[in-house]
Design a binder for this molecule. Structure first.
Ligand code: ADP
Length: 443
């Protein structure tokens, strides 16, 4: 087992990794941006190194600075958390060159899955259905033909996109002509690569994903599924485990697809396979080769500590192959700092009140009087509950939200309560467009 792990991340996930390391009796090293020097995760780590002033680019994305801190601190492994460098194949390669274990799959696997067009093409070769579309588009004419072939509306996506960014819905040919170059430019600016691909835009679908663990000898363990259809701006807001919409044979079909996709891959670590579920069919969307934000709901229904298991896999331990049983139902809501309900701008300022009296599990990197900075993401806290049934879990979450009090910084608390109280959500009649429609209705 590792002796000392450096955490190349911040906030709640850094704290979550520190907690897992403590369980495994591993020492922790936090890296941080100067502006976060008094944060909870910095206080909780055994060793700390400041790697930059404030922006993500100068700190949590500062590959050289982070590696220097790892070497100086005597760490033997790096946990990247999620976001930042978690799916950066170059960083994983640089870790290996410095004799540091990157807690994640091999760089080649990260590279394959980070290119969503390449990942889909791979899935297709393995007989895993993908949404109809086209990749390797090099001209407006080619794009026009591809759109005609699948029929409007279509979606244009940056091949290296992520985090809900770099995708646009296109409704007709004129719109396509107008947006093509703009989308390419945006992809180049944001993801440093202008490759885009096109796929049919699904107007009714659910986002369902599978949590997997795979070890270095090839054992594959499936640790349940999650329903993540409630999204705004293509970013998840509410997540559940399991996806109760699935009938046993549909779940089996989903797990078979996951197995098929992974069977020939030299993949070792934890990962998530994301699918869209439409017309009773699963379509592979992408694979995330890292810990997911929403891993907590799976932990509550499976009883597995995903972070300690991930660390153990990186240290060479194995898992028992098969499908793990799950019980009960868990729900997570993402409490975000939000300045403007309509535009979903990040709110900044001081948390003058930050309390959660009835929450079963709360994953947060913040405490009262912390300043929410403009440099990072909007996540303030993940509120997670579990119960025997979905109905009971919803009731628990409604109570949790009632007892959540945040002042000083705008939040999406009212939207979360509205979701949890809506008849359609309670009846599980939701899809990936539900929240946009709900927000549209109140504006
Ligand atoms: P990212 O990597 O940025 O999260 P994904 O490809 O995983 O992007 O898609 C994020 C979300 O965007 C999906 O969960 C879904 O709600 C929506 N989406 C993606 N592709 C489509 C599509 N073809 N049709 C409709 N919605 C889509």
């Amino acid at each position: 087992m590792f002796k000392r792990v450096l955490i190349a991340n911040r906030g709640e996930v850094a704290l979550r990794i520190i907690q897992a390391c403590r369980k495994l009796k591993i020492e922790t090293v936090a890296i941080y941006a100067k502006v976060e020097e008094n944060s909870r995760f910095v206080q909780a780590a055994d060793f700390t190194y400041c790697v930059g002033p404030n922006t993500a680019q100068s700190s949590y994305l500062n590959r050289e600075g982070i590696l220097m801190a790892a070497l100086l601190s005597g760490a033997d492994a790096i946990h990247p958390g999620y976001g930042f460098l978690a799916e950066d194949a170059l960083f994983a390669e640089m870790c290996a060159e410095c004799d540091l274990t990157f807690i994640g799959p091999k760089p080649a696997m990260i590279r394959l899955m980070a290119d969503k067009a390449a990942a889909k093409n791979y899935a297709k070769t393995q007989g895993v259905p993908i949404i109809p579309g086209a990749s390797a588009i090099t001209s407006a004419n080619q794009l026009k033909q591809a759109a005609q072939a699948v029929g409007y509306p279509v979606m244009l996506k940056a091949s290296l996109g992520g985090g809900g960014k770099g995708m646009r819905v296109i409704y007709n040919e004129a719109h396509l002509q107008q947006k093509y170059h703009l989308i390419q430019e945006e992809a180049q600016q944001t993801f440093l690569n202008d490759a885009i691909y096109l796929e049919k835009y699904l107007t009714v679908a659910r986002h369902i994903e599978v949590q997997i663990l795979k070890d270095h000898v090839g054992n594959l363990q499936i640790v349940g599924d999650r329903e993540c259809s409630l999204q705004l701006n293509h970013q998840k807001v509410v997540e559940e485990s399991s996806a109760t919409i699935l009938q046993p044979q549909q779940r089996q079909q989903l797990y078979d697809l996951a197995k098929r996709l992974l069977a020939k891959l030299d993949y070792c670590g934890l990962g998530t396979l994301e699918f869209l579920f439409a017309n009773q069919q699963f379509y592979f969307l992408e694979m995330n080769t890292r810990l997911q934000v929403e891993h907590g709901v799976t932990e509550l229904t499976s009883g597995i500590d995903l972070v300690t298991t991930q660390i153990k896999l990186a240290a060479g331990q194995t898992v028992r192959p098969g499908i793990l049983p799950f019980s009960g139902h868990a729900i997570e809501v993402r409490l975000n700092a939000q300045a403007d309900a309509k535009q979903h701008l990040l709110a900044t300022g001081k948390l003058t009140q930050f309390c959660f009296s009835a929450t079963e599990r709360i994953d947060t990197g913040y405490q009262k009087n912390d300043i929410i900075q403009p440099y990072y993401d909007a996540l303030l806290a993940k509120l997670i509950v579990s119960a025997t049934t979905r109905e009971q879990a919803i009731a628990k979450m409604q109570q949790t939200l009632k007892h959540t009090h945040v002042t000083g910084v705008g939040t999406n608390l009212a939207t979360l309560s509205q979701i949890l109280n809506s008849p359609a959500y309670n009846a599980n009649q939701i899809d990936i467009h539900f929240l946009e429609q709900m927000e549209g209705a109140v504006q």
